[in-house]
Design a protein around this ligand. Structure first.
Ligand SMILES: [Zn+2]
Length: 502
C-alpha cells in the first residue's frame, strides 16, 4: 500500500463518516436490496479500471478505496486499536520464474531428457546447485504421514498422486513442503495423467504467491513428465513401473539412484503487503459476542496471454457479486434499527491463491475468534434467479442450522437439504475460519441449483469471460442479500440468539 493512497482512503472514510446524517428513528423494516443496487457496485468493481483486482496491484488500491468508501457511508467504523485503521496488512512473497535448467548424470554419464519433460523453478532470485544425489521417495511419506527417506542435501523425486495408503495423508503440495523442511535441496514431482503436462508446465512458469510466514519450499522445485521420469529411471538401471509399484507400500523407504543433478534457476522475487479490509458496526447492546460477514475482494488480475483481445479476468461473479452484497448488507444494517451485537465486515485478499487472506486473519484476528458467534461468507453469489431454495455450506451445528432455516422460512424461502453444497466447503474462505473453530456458513441459492452452478464453473469461471453484463442473474443475489440482512439481525439479537456454545 502506498502511504499516500492509504492516508487518502482513510481521510475519505472519516469525511464520509462525519458527513453522514444522524440516524433517524429506526425503520421497522429493511428496504429490499435490488438487482440495480448490486449491479451498480459490480460494474465498478469488475470494470477494466480495476484490472481484475489482483493483490499488490493498482487494482487493489482502487478496490480497497471503493470498499472503504462504501462501508464508511454505511456507518461502519474502523476496528479500535488497529495501527492501520480499516486495513489489515497481509505480508506476501511473490515468485515469478524467469529461467530454469536441469542436467542429469546417471552412473557418471549424461542423461538427455529434453526440455519437454522437465520444468524447474528457483525459490530465490538466483540458484545454482551441482552434483545433488537423487533419491526416488515414492509419495514422500510413510503410512504414518512422516517423511520416509533421508533427503537432506539431495534431489527428491516424488509422485504427484495421493498415496494409496492412509486416510488423511497430505496432498502433494504439503508433501513437497515436508521434503523441503526435511532438508531436500530440490524436489521434482512426477506428473500424473490426471493433470495435463502442459497445464503443469504453465503453472510453474506463472507467478506464485505465498504468505511470507509460510514454508518457502526447497531451493529448487519442479515437475517431471511421466515419460521423462521413466527415461531417467532407465538410465539409472531401474524400472519406473517397478519403482511405482514398490512405493505403494506404507513402509516404503525410497530408493537411492545412481544419479546426480545440476540445477540453475533465476526468479523475480518480490515481497509486498496486500490487505484485508476490516470494519465494524458497533452494537447497541454488545455482550462480547460478534457476527462476522466476509467475502473476498481479490480476483485473478491480468490473466490472458499478450495479444489476446480481453486479457483481464474481471471477476464479476467471482467475487464482485459478493462484495456488492456485503456493501448493501452493511448499508441496511447501518441504517435500520441498530443490532445488539457488534457486526464485523471483512473483505479478504488472496482467496484465489488459497484462502490466504482469511488464513492470515484466522492466525491474527482483530476480534477474538471465540467471540465470533457465526461467520457468514458471501462468494460467487450471482448464479441463480429469484425463488431458488437456500442451501448452506458448513452445516452441522444444530442451533445455527435451525436459525438459518427459521430466518430463511421467515422470508418465504424454501430450504435445500440435499447436501450437494457440502462439496464446496474447502473451496471458500469460511474453511480457514472453520479450521480454527469458528462456525462458518455460506448461505444462499447459488450453491443450491447445481446445474446453474456447474454451467458457470465450466464456463466463464476464472476466465476473462467473467465480465459484468446484463446476462448475469442478479435476482437470486438480491434475494440472498436480503436474507443476509435478516441473518445479521437474527444472529446479532441477544434475545433471539443467546450465542452460547452448542
Ligand atoms: Zn475464484
Amino acid at each position: 500500500m502506498k502511504v499516500a493512497f492509504f492516508r487518502a482512503a482513510v481521510a475519505a472514510a472519516a469525511l464520509a463518516a462525519t458527513a453522514a446524517p444522524a440516524h433517524a428513528a429506526p425503520a421497522t423494516a429493511d428496504a429490499p436490496i435490488t438487482e440495480a443496487d448490486l449491479a451498480s457496485h459490480m460494474k465498478i468493481l469488475a470494470g477494466d479500471a480495476f484490472e481484475g483486482r489482483a493483490p499488490g496491484t493498482d487494482g487493489e488500491d482502487r478496490t480497497i478505496a471503493y470498499i472503504v468508501g462504501e462501508w464508511a457511508k454505511a456507518g461502519l467504523e474502523a476496528v479500535p486499536g488497529s495501527a492501520t485503521p480499516w486495513l489489515q496488512p497481509v505480508p506476501f512473497v511473490e515468485t515469478q520464474a524467469l529461467s530454469g535448467s536441469a542436467t542429469f548424470k546417471a552412473n557418471g554419464r549424461d542423461v538427455a531428457l529434453g526440455d519437454d519433460g522437465i520444468v524447474v523453478t528457483g525459490r530465490d532470485a538466483s540458484v545454482a546447485l551441482a552434483g545433488l544425489p537423487a533419491v526416488f521417495v515414492g509419495y514422500g511419506v510413510d503410512g504414518a504421514g512422516q517423511v520416509n527417506a533421508d533427503v537432506r542435501g539431495k534431489l527428491a523425486i516424488m509422485l504427484f498422486d495421493n498415496a494409496p495408503f492412509g486416510d488423511k495423508l497430505p496432498r502433494y503440495r504439503e508433501r513437497r513442503q515436508m521434503l523441503a523442511d526435511a532438508g531436500a535441496s530440490a524436489v521434482l514431482v512426477i506428473a500424473t495423467d490426471a493433470v495435463p503436462w502442459d497445464a503443469l508446465r504453465e503453472s510453474v512458469g506463472s507467478k506464485s504467491m505465498r504468505l511470507a510466514s509460510a514454508g518457502a519450499g526447497a531451493p529448487v522445485s519442479g515437475f517431471l513428465s511421466s515419460a521423462a521420469a521413466d527415461a531417467l529411471f532407465k538410465a539409472a538401471g531401474q524400472d519406473g513401473a517397478a519403482l511405482r509399484e514398490a512405493a505403494k507400500s506404507p513402509d516404503y523407504k525410497g530408493a537411492a539412484l545412481p544419479v546426480t543433478a545440476d540445477f540453475t534457476a533465476a526468479s523475480a522475487v518480490r515481497s509486498f503487503a496486500s490487505h484485508n479490509v476490516i470494519a465494524r458496526l458497533p452494537g447497541a447492546r454488545p455482550d462480547g459476542k460478534a457476527v462476522l460477514f466476509l467475502g473476498h475482494w481479490d480476483h485473478l488480475g491480468i490473466c490472458g496471454a499478450e495479444g489476446e483481445a480481453d486479457r483481464i479476468c474481471n471477476g464479476a461473479v467471482d467475487n464482485a457479486s459478493g462484495i456488492a452484497v456485503l456493501i448493501e448488507v452493511a448499508k441496511r444494517l447501518g441504517a435500520g434499527a441498530r443490532p445488539d451485537r457488534d457486526i464485523y465486515f471483512m473483505a479478504t485478499t488472496a482467496e484465489e491463491k488459497g484462502l490466504l487472506g482469511a488464513r492470515w486473519f484466522a492466525d491474527h484476528p482483530v476480534v477474538p475468534l471465540s467471540d465470533i458467534t457465526v461467520a457468514l461468507n458471501v462468494d460467487t453469489i450471482a448464479i441463480s434467479p429469484r425463488g431458488t431454495p437456500v442451501a448452506t455450506i458448513g452445516r452441522g451445528k444444530p442451533a445455527h442450522d435451525a436459525m438459518v432455516r427459521s430466518v430463511a422460512a421467515g422470508l418465504g424461502r424454501k430450504i435445500d437439504e440435499d447436501g450437494e453444497a457440502d462439496a464446496f466447503v474447502q473451496r471458500q474462505d469460511g474453511w480457514a475460519l472453520g479450521a480454527k473453530g469458528v462456525t462458518s456458513l455460506m448461505v444462499g441459492g447459488s450453491f443450491s441449483d447445481m446445474k446453474l452452478l456447474e454451467a458457470f464453473l465450466s464456463g466463464d469461471y476464472h476466465r476473462a469471460g467473467d465480465n459484468f453484463s446484463d446476462r448475469i442473474p442478479l435476482g437470486g443475489a438480491a434475494e440472498d442479500a436480503d436474507l443476509h440482512v435478516a441473518l445479521g439481525r437474527a444472529f446479532a439479537d441477544t434475545r433471539r440468539w443467546p450465542g452460547t456454545a452448542e
